[in-house]
Structure formats: C-alpha cells, structure tokens
Design a protein around this ligand. Structure first.
Ligand SMILES: NC(=O)C1=CN([C@@H]2O[C@H](COP(=O)(O)OP(=O)(O)OC[C@H]3O[C@@H](n4cnc5c(N)ncnc54)[C@H](O)[C@@H]3O)[C@@H](O)[C@H]2O)[C@@H](O)CC1
Ligand SMILES: [K+]
Length: 491
C-alpha cells in the first residue's frame, strides 16, 4: 500500500501555505537555511570560492538566493547555469550581491578550484535520468575535493524511492526543505545524500503523515520493554531458537548471544546434540533441548512466547518440517536465512498464518520470495520491494542492507539510521535475529521489534568499533551498552 508520492504531497502543502504568505517567502526561508548550512561548512565565508550549479527551476532559485547571501558575506560566488532560463529573481539577487555567472564549459575548472559546490541543478521537479548538460555537471561532484552541498536532494536521486537512474550528484551534505524525502533515507539515494540537514519552512501543518520514517533514539527508548519489580523470566519473555546445524554451529551461538544480551527472560534452544553442547558451553544460561533425530518436530520446546528460526539451520527435509511446525503455532515467528529459502517454496505457510510473522531477508533472499525480481532490481528500488514483500506475504519484512528497511502493510516504512558497513560481516545477521527475537518474546509487535532491533544492532556495531574492524561476536558486549545509550542518554 502506498500513500501519495512525496513530490505531490509537498507541492499540495506548499500551495496551501503559499496562499497564506507573501510571494517568495518559502524560497527565502529555504535559501536562508541553505546559506546558514553552507556558512557552517566553510572554514571562512569571506574569500571562499563558491560554485553554484543551477538548473532552470526553483531548486536553482534556492541556490542563487543562498549564493547571494554568501556573496553578501564576502564569498566569491560563481553560478554556472545548466538551463537557458535560470530563476530571474535569484539571478538578479546574486548579481546585485556581487556574484557572477560563467559558461558550462568553464564548470570543470571552477569546480576543481572551489571550496564549496552547491548543487541546485534539479530538486523534486526532476523527471527521469538527468539530461545534458546537467548529467556532466553532476558528475563533476564525484571527483572534486570541495565540499558539496545538495539543495533539497542530490540532483539525479528520485525523491520518492532513492533510485538513481543515471548520473547524480554525490553530496557531503544535503539541505532538505519542509519534509524528509524518502529517497534521502533509502539507498542508493541515502549514500548520495551524505549528512541530511533539515530546514523547516513551515510545511508541517499542511503535510500528511509520512510514509517513510527514520526512527530516532528517543523513539526506540519509548518502545523498549522496561523490566519492572513484577518482571520474572516468563514475563520478560521466553524465546524459542531453532538455529545452527552441524555445519554452521556458530549461527546458533551468535543468535543465542544476540537474544541473551538483549535481555530475553529465558532462551530455549533446540538443535542437534553437538550444536546444543556448544550453545550451552558459551551461554550456560540457555536451556537446551536436543532434537530427537527420529521425531525432531515433537521435541521442539513448547511454552515459548516467540520463535526465531533459520540462521545456519540448513535446507534439509527436517528443517522444512520444523519450519512448518513452528509456523503452525500461535506465537510470533521471526523467519531468517535458510528458513526464508525454505519458505519461498511454500509461501502459504506465512500467508495463511494469523499470528505475527517477521521475515528478515537480505536482497538475495528477498529475490527468492519475489519471483521476477532479481537482486539488482531489489537493490535499485529497495523501498518498493520491501513494501511489495510485506503486502504479498501479509507480514512484516525487514530488508537488510546498509540502510535496513522495515515494512508492514498499513504502516510507514522505517529506514534504520544507525546502519554501518561495519555490520557487513558473516554472522552479524544471526546476532540481529536473536536480538529481535528477544524483543518479540518480550511482547513488542513485529514492526516495533524489528525497528528497535535494527537500531540497536547498528548502534552496537558503532560502539564496539574503536578504529579496528569488528566481527559478529564483538557485538555481544556492545548490545547492552547500546540499550543503555538509548534508554539513559547522557549517563
Ligand atoms: N515550490 C516551493 O514553494 C518551494 C520550492 N522549493 C524548491 O523548489 C524545488 C522544486 O522546484 P521546481 O518545481 O521548479 O523543480 P526543480 O527545480 O526541481 O526542477 C525543474 C527543472 O528541472 C528540469 N528538469 C526536469 N527533469 C530533468 C532532467 N531529467 N534532466 C535535466 N533537467 C530536468 C526542468 O526542465 C525544470 O527546468 C524544490 O526541490 C526546492 O528546492 C523551495 O524553494 C521551497 C519552496
Ligand atoms: K539539487
């Protein structure tokens, strides 16, 4: 399910607001905010060499008015116009403030010598891939040493989806106006945007609820379960874990550690004897049951509040039977890794379920769940595919990536802001599954559990990292620190 595109909603809100305000007010608010951010980035505004790349729309107008403000503060500002008719008011303001214009042919030299490049080529008015000369001008930002500030969004990024259909600007900072555009929160757009600075131009009262959100520490803190005096291990939640196999024993140890360090009340692990032994050797607090090879399903633990199934579990018929048995229960189930591959063979196992299900695929696993979409299609438009999977399976879907997304029918997509390349290592997904499992077992609904788990997982990686690479087991000690950091900020 989609609500209206951000571009349409922004335009509707702008029209409503502009009708109540003197002409040009919104653009001046935007340009003033933009100029303030540029001034903060420059070590010194006076004498700084600033190059404005401007298209013919209002995005270029914002850049020109901001450039005029910087010129008034002593910067040497040059505008390169990509279109034939740059914003007349903006151009006049820049000239009046002492700025100058230059031809497109001079742009490469100007950008090479600049301290700051402002991308006002196109904003939310862009249609399709950038045309020339916009595309070549945008490409100059790939190689320059100057700081690059994108106006509203990096030119070439789709504001709704984060897709980058052709050339695009690579920004260090994006100054966005009025509302957070989903394309700035979702890869590949998020990677092109750099740090996103928000400038309030007063649109909020006229905007509908967003359909993509980026949860912050305070949101996570408000959702996390807090143990109270009445909490016992059952109230804090019992998690069933079916992970690991003879071949992948570590997956069980990693998922168990993720759950225990997130504060699960009790972990009931079920697996092959050798794996169960390793789990209990590493985590003596785990309660393990050894699966009867003749009847593994009958020996799965009962009386659990939620399940995690799949990490390192394998694709053999016993694993398939286990998955069927777990999905037949009334408890929330997190389906990860191998269990996702098994599920792709029989999607009805989830579609016909009444109890909550959370799928946690990476792009390759998601392509198995969505026939007709390959990994590249998914990476190019992660929002659309996460939403599609949630709609088609009628459940919550957490799509892993450098910006992890959480989609659920009828809810906004959450784009996790703490993601880091540090987590792109084997086993880190197993820890995540255990962490989210602990939150499900504590009673958090799937979307909330996935959002909190992804946030804490990214934050834990950042806390564990002290300049050296980290591996998945380094997350164990960092998870409680991440929880403390969001629930007791400043301590
Ligand atoms: N409307 C408003 O009230 C406000 C708008 N603001 C700014 O205005 C922007 C939107 O302005 P516009 O609606 O004029 O649109 P844009 O300035 O985003 O883009 C329109 C221009 O881009 C060209 N264009 C479109 N697709 C292209 C492509 N693929 N390759 C090359 N050129 C292409 C069009 O021919 C047109 O000249 C926002 O992103 C924001 O920066 C802000 O000033 C705040 C207030
Ligand atoms: K732009």
């Amino acid at each position: 399910m989609r609500t209206a595109h951000v571009v349409e909603t922004v335009r509707t809100a702008e029209h409503a607001l502009m009708a109540r305000l003197p002409d040009g007010t919104l653009m001046h608010r935007a340009a003033f905010g933009l100029a303030s951010v540029c001034a903060q980035i420059l070590p010194r505004v006076s004498g700084a060499r600033v190059v404005l790349l401007v298209g013919s729309g209002d995005n270029g107008g914002d850049a020109l008015f901001a450039g005029a403000e910087l010129a008034r503060r002593g910067a040497a500002v040059t505008a390169v116009a990509a279109g034939r008719t740059p914003h007349p008011g903006g151009l006049a303001a820049l000239r009046a403030a002492g700025g100058r214009t230059a031809a497109v042919a001079e742009a490469a030299d100007l950008v090479a010598a600049a301290d700051l490049v402002v991308d006002g080529l196109v904003g939310i008015g862009v249609r399709g891939a950038l045309r020339e000369p916009h595309a070549s001008l945008a490409a100059l930002t790939e190689t320059t040493d100057a700081a690059v500030v994108a106006v509203d969004l990096p030119s070439g990024v789709d504001a709704d989806t984060g897709a980058v259909p052709g050339a695009s600007v690579r920004a260090d900072v994006t100054v966005t106006f009025g509302t957070h555009k989903p394309g700035l929160l979702v890869d590949p757009g998020a990677q092109r945007a750099g740090v996103v600075e928000f400038v309030d131009i007063g649109l909020a009262p006229d905007l509908p609820a967003p359909d993509v959100v980026a949860p912050q520490a305070a949101d996570v803190a408000a959702l996390l379960p807090r143990p109270t005096a009445e909490s016992d291990k059952y109230r804090r939640g019992v998690l069933g874990l079916a992970a690991g196999s003879d071949r992948y024993r570590g997956a069980a140890v990693l998922a168990a550690g993720g759950a225990l360090r997130t504060g699960v009340g009790m972990l009931r692990y079920a697996g092959q004897p050798e794996v169960a032994r390793e789990v209990v050797a590493r985590w003596p607090e785990a309660v393990v049951s050894v699966l009867d090879p003749m009847d593994p399903v009958a020996s799965l633990p009962r009386r659990v509040a939620a399940w995690v199934i799949g990490p390192g579990r394998g694709l053999h018929p016993t694993a398939a039977a286990e998955l069927e048995a777990v999905l037949a229960t009334e408890e929330p189930v997190l389906v990860d890794a191998d269990a996702i591959t098994l599920l792709a063979r029989d999607p009805d196992l989830v579609r016909k379920r009444d109890a909550p299900t959370l799928l946690t695929p990476h792009a390759g696993e998601l392509s198995r769940l969505l026939p007709g979409a390959d990994r590249a299609d998914i990476e190019a438009n992660r929002l659309e595919h996460a939403r599609r999977a949630a709609a088609e399976y009628g459940c919550t879907v957490l799509l892993k990536g450098s910006t992890t997304l959480v989609a659920e029918p009828g809810r906004p997509v959450a784009a996790n802001p703490t993601g880091t390349p540090l987590l792109a290592t084997a086993g880190s997904g197993d820890v995540l599954a255990g962490m989210i499992g602990a939150l499900l077992a504590a009673g958090l609904p799937s979307w909330e559990a996935a959002v909190c788990g992804a946030y804490l997982h990214g934050l834990a990686a950042r806390l564990a990292h002290d300049g050296a690479p980290i591996s998945a087991s380094d997350l164990f000690d960092a998870v409680p620190r991440a929880i403390a950091a969001v629930t007791r900020p400043g301590e």
